[in-house]
Design a protein around this ligand. Structure first.
Ligand SMILES: C[S@@+](CC[C@H](N)C(=O)[O-])C[C@H]1O[C@@H](n2cnc3c(N)ncnc32)[C@H](O)[C@@H]1O
Length: 260
């Protein structure tokens, strides 16, 4: 039986969440390019609402999308149907630690800090080893993770007004976010809340949601990849493919290859 997913109760604000995030535009172009250039089947782990998979499918690339959240997969299906590319997607309701493919993949991608949804180093180690086993020789694993600097930790701990918008039903809404960051366990508890206002701007409803995340230090990511048998081709410090350097990097973006 699959574990429950926090994203089942996050799915209906996921589009606002990604539309207002700093890195989504850059990571979208980066991953779509990677999918289009891949040799062999392309798998996106944590496909979510198809934010990346659907534009790749619209450009002719079939994508196998795997996700633990039924609500996110339903959004992905709808997005693909609206774009007329549903037949280009194969969606699997599965955990990305245990998914099974009909044939080995040419590319497995795990975008947008999603490895961080596995809480422990052992979970991540197991997932990376499993991903290795599902790749064809020469196949690539591409993922990104937070680069947690003191400035980013400070930013995450602040209360931020993330978006002001009207829902589909016309309700004026403010989306707020803050995070509990625990440096010792490298974990992040994201807390969001939406304030729904009436015509006079008076609060009529507040809804809280939570997401659990964690991060790897770059040295830990390198070790886990190498332990699994990967050859590291690149580590970038952003989605423009700038080589990783401690003083300039804003993300860690890894490209690893299963040897021939
Ligand atoms: C940050 S979202 C990324 C969605 C999409 N890839 C994107 O970039 O917009 C993370 C996704 O991973 C999924 N997820 C989290 N843990 C998972 C797991 N163990 N197995 C499969 N999917 C998981 C969530 O349900 C969610 O849809």
């Amino acid at each position: 039986m699959l574990p429950t997913s926090e994203y089942d109760s996050f799915a209906d604000i996921y589009a606002v969440w990604t539309d207002t995030a700093a890195s989504t535009r850059a990571n979208l172009a980066f991953y779509v390019d990677a999918y289009l250039q891949a040799a062999g089947p392309v798998v996106e782990l944590g496909v979510g609402d198809g934010r990346i998979a659907v534009p790749a499918a619209a450009r002719g690339r079939a994508v196998i999308g795997i996700d633990l959240s039924a609500a996110m997969l339903e959004r992905c299906r709808r997005r693909a149907a609206d774009a007329g590319v549903l037949e280009q997607l194969t969606l699997q309701h599965a955990d990305f630690r245990h998914f099974k493919l009909d044939q080995p993949a040419g590319l497995v991608a795990l975008p947008y800090h999603s490895l961080g949804h596995l809480p422990t180093l052992d979970d991540k180690r197991g997932a990376i080893a499993h991903i290795f086993s599902q790749l064809q020789p020469g196949g690539r694993f591409v993922f990104d993770d937070f680069l947690m600097t003191p400035a980013l930790i400070d930013h995450m701990r602040r209360v931020q007004l993330r978006a002001a918008y009207r829902t589909a039903a016309g309700a004026e809404t403010l989306l707020w976010v803050t995070s509990l960051v625990d440096e010792a366990s490298q974990s992040i508890r994201v807390v969001t809340w939406e304030d729904t206002l009436d015509a006079e701007g008076v609060l009529v409803r507040r809804q809280y949601r939570r997401l659990s995340l964690s991060w790897l230090e770059p040295s830990q990511a390198r070790t886990l990849l190498q332990e699994a048998g990967f050859v590291i081709e690149s580590c970038f410090g952003d989605f423009a493919r700038t080589p990783f350097a401690n003083n300039t990097a804003r993300e860690q973006v890894w490209i690893a290859r299963r040897p021939e």
